[in-house]
Design a protein around this ligand. Structure first.
Ligand SMILES: Nc1ncnc2c1ncn2[C@@H]1O[C@H](COP(=O)(O)OP(=O)(O)OP(=O)(O)O)[C@@H](O)[C@H]1O
Length: 222
């Protein structure tokens, strides 16, 4: 991927769904490298289905932050974030980290935890975190993969407005490209270049965020 405008994701008349059930009957969509895309639409409109399909196209490039988080509750914030970087180390290093992390890894993950406001929770197990703290841990695990394309499914939905804005900016700054599903229309317009709007498995809006107002987005929820 040397061309900064190269196509990153491409769908042509594609059917996307779950087993026999089609969510998108015939999706046409291009997303180029370097774009930051907010994915909006009412619950059930197909955002997660589309994100999963994007991930299947470019799995090795994608930092994945799923809605269901899939954290390991009995392990610490440190270990859950560290899991995002398992692929960068050998099996022995990863096993050893479970018991006794190196200073270098503690510092590396610790810096990220500080950016996420989790410094004092670094060695707290995830089952003792608030919903927002757990969500920040899941975002940390995605950031720690250090892959160039962020795919996020409502990654800051449990955070207050200010923290949601700050951490969205932090996450976007750490990636070349991003596609992030959300319900916060103001966040979409404030942080992303392009907005895609879905309604019942159809792409009904595709426009630069700079050309849109909050009112333009209301139609997606009617
Ligand atoms: N595993 C599944 N099996 C069958 N149908 C599914 C599955 N997951 C989602 N669906 C259906 O696909 C449609 C789109 O769901 P999807 O999760 O993509 O929507 P969404 O826009 O991400 O919703 P939300 O905002 O609630 O997360 C819905 O009608 C949903 O019921």
């Amino acid at each position: 991927m040397t061309d900064p405008k190269a196509t990153l994701f491409r769908f042509r008349g594609e059917r996307l769904g779950h087993g026999d059930r089609a969510v998108f009957e015939a999706l046409d969509l291009d997303i180029r490298r370097g774009e930051t895309v907010a994915l909006l639409g009412a619950s059930g409109s197909g955002k997660s289905t589309l994100l999963a399909a994007l991930r299947r196209q470019r799995e090795a490039l994608c930092a994945w932050c799923p809605q269901e988080q899939a954290l390991v509750p009995m392990l610490s914030v440190f270990h859950n974030i560290y899991m995002g970087g398992l692929h960068r180390h050998g099996t022995w290093h990863n096993l050893r980290t479970l018991v006794r992390p190196t200073t270098a890894d503690r510092d590396d993950v610790g810096r990220l935890a500080t950016d996420l406001g989790l410094t004092d929770k670094l060695f707290t197990s995830v089952d003792r975190l608030s919903g927002g703290q757990a969500q920040r841990t899941a975002l940390g695990r995605a950031l720690y993969t250090r892959r160039p394309v962020l795919l996020g499914d409502e990654p800051v939905s449990n955070l207050d407005e200010h923290q949601g804005l700050a951490l969205t900016r932090l996450a976007l700054a750490a990636h070349d490209s991003a596609v992030v599903a959300m319900h916060d229309r103001a966040l979409a317009l404030a942080c992303f270049q392009r907005v895609l709007g879905l309604r019942r498995g159809r792409l009904v809006l595709d426009a630069p965020a700079a050309d849109l107002t909050l009112t333009d987005l209301d139609g997606l929820y009617r």
